[in-house]
Design a protein around this ligand. Structure first.
Ligand code: UDX
Ligand code: ADP
Length: 483
């Protein structure tokens, strides 16, 4: 009998599973998609009538959901039914770095992947193609295959069979829909050629065939880690150069533009910022480090670990500069933080540089007002592990002793009164149009703008009499003490 694909399920309705299945559903009208999650709240949010309340913010997503949801795309918590009916199951569950035990701090915790594989083994019927979508350590497919094999060895389950493929997702948050609709490449790794072709046929509904690459399963898994490691390494490289620019009088934007013109280097991913964040870069590099260490390749491990180390140093450096420019103390000084997401156009804060930097500033005693157009107060509270300041009582006294600062959230930009400094951490479009001349009148002099994303209007800031520190710009480092 010819195996035909009709029903597709995805386990995990997060930043990868949600957008990926939505775009697939919009491109494949004759296929039916179930997206399942154990988290009821998340599924409820995906099913919310009010499309501005979807669990993740991604430009273009709500329009796609509007056209597909409850037509050929269903968000549900019924994992059993979704697995039973599926011809293909995508695994898009979380794989955070292990916090304890063997490989702690480096290797990924596969407990959610393992739980998925066990559910698939239990509920699936007939032949099922399992597709690894989440970023996973190399050789995870083997783990999944072993768990599935144990199911098929059971007599009762003898009619079950599985093919495991790797099909890593390369979408970047904030541009997920564009990346999914027009990917640079689709990578399909595996051994079962017919399963690989079936998966390829799904993508061929909208992706040109020449962009679909077939590899063996380990190459596919390793290519995903390597892509992210190379991208993160570029960001760390340019960020390290920004520090040199600041002390030499060079400007990192000019350096980026100059080197980016070399076609061998290319111009993308050369924007110096507050340090890379996001759920993938650090985790994937650490997976690579773990892999190299495991195979005794100490020098290789050290090389990649340095990309993460310098990113940590760079984030710390920004908080230190703020303190130093504000006369060595920020105790009880009001500092405005613009942006908490790890990049613009997403509400995701995982590994955001803002977390480290805000914690450091609070530790130094600052009173932060944090603004972000898409991140919620509760998310920030969770990330900082410090309660928002409520008037009259500093609830953080027990958290960090002495000199502890505090923070408050604001969902509007009417926050500059009596501030000593503004620190731009996320490149949200609305921050580009702030009227610094008006802001300057409300701040405590000498007032500082610290721009870690190089997005503010430099001329306007200067004309307004504000001091400007722009990351990697050695020509902007002076103070205007006459203010
Ligand atoms: C990344 C990969 O790009 C994507 O292919 C993979 O599937 C998941 O991981 P993501 O983390 O969503 O995507 O965003 P990305 O655009 O790569 O940015 C990562 C971090 O690097 C952000 O904090 C961003 O601000 C920073 N960055 C990126 C810079 O500081 N400068 C740049 O030039 C580019
Ligand atoms: P990513 O960025 O990789 O998509 P997220 O954390 O945003 O990661 O999403 C992963 C989702 O997977 C979460 O919503 C989580 O509840 C879900 N999940 C984890 N394990 C399971 C499981 N065994 N069955 C169903 N959903 C799961």
């Amino acid at each position: 009998m010819v195996f035909k694909i009709k029903n597709i399920s995805c386990i995990g309705a997060g930043f990868v599973g949600g957008p990926t299945m939505s775009v697939m559903a919009s491109k494949c009208n004759d296929l039916f998609f179930h997206v399942v999650d154990i988290n009821d709240e998340r599924i409820d949010a995906w099913n919310n009538e009010d499309l501005s309340r979807l669990p993740i913010f991604e430009p273009g997503l709500k329009e796609i959901i509007e056209n597909t949801r409850n037509k050929n795309l269903l968000f549900t918590t019924n994992i059993k039914a979704a697995i039973e009916s599926a011809d293909i199951i995508f695994i898009s569950v979380n794989t955070p770095t292990k916090t304890r035990g063997i490989g702690a701090g480096k290797s990924s915790d596969l407990k959610w992947v393992e739980a998925c594989a066990r559910q698939v083994a239990e509920f699936s019927k007939g032949h099922t193609i399992i597709v690894e979508k989440s970023t996973l350590p190399v050789r995870t497919a083997e783990v999944i295959q072993k768990i599935l094999n144990s199911a098929t060895s059971d007599l009762e389950n003898a009619k079950k069979s599985f093919s495991v493929l790797s099909n890593p997702e390369f979408l970047a948050e904030g541009t997920a829909i564009r990346d999914l609709e027009n990917p640079d490449r689709v990578l399909i790794g595996g051994e079962d050629k017919s399963a690989m072709l079936l998966l390829s046929q799904i993508y061929e509904n909208w992706v040109p065939k020449e962009k679909i690459l077939f590899t063996n399963i380990w190459s596919s898994e390793l290519a995903k880690l390597t892509s992210n490691a190379f991208l993160a390494q570029r960001v760390s490289s340019i960020n390290s150069i920004s520090a040199i620019c600041e002390v030499t009088g060079a400007n990192v934007r000019e350096v980026s533009r100059a080197i980016g013109k070399d076609s061998r280097i290319g111009s993308k991913f050369l924007d110096s910022g507050p340090g890379f964040g996001g759920s993938c870069f650090k985790k994937d590099i650490l997976n690579l480090v773990y892999l190299a260490e495991y195979f005794g390749l100490k020098e290789v491990a050290k090389f990649w670990e340095e990309v993460v180390n310098i990113n940590n140093w760079h984030q710390k450096r920004i908080a230190q500069i703020v303190v130093q420019k504000l006369f060595g103390t920020i105790s009880s000084k009001k500092i405005i933080i613009l942006g908490f997401a790890f990049k613009a156009n997403t509400n995701d804060t995982r590994e955001s540089a803002a977390i480290r930097i805000c914690k450091d500033l609070i530790y130094e005693g600052a009173e932060l007002i944090i603004h972000d157009p898409k991140v919620s107060m509760l998310q920030i509270e969770k990330d900082l592990q410090i309660k928002q300041f409520s008037s009259g009582k500093n609830e953080n006294i027990d958290y960090l002793n002495n000199n502890i600062g505090n923070w408050q959230f604001s969902n509007n930009l009417n926050i500059f009164d009596d501030a000593h400094a503004v620190l731009v951490l996320t490149e949200w479009e609305e921050y580009k149009y702030i009227e610094w001349d008006k802001v300057a009148k409300r701040m405590v002099k000498p007032a500082w703008i610290f721009d870690a994303r190089s997005i503010v209007n430099i001329d306007l800031v200067k004309k307004s009499g504000l001091n400007l520190w722009s990351l990697g710009d050695g020509s902007q480092q002076g103070t205007k003490d006459e203010i």
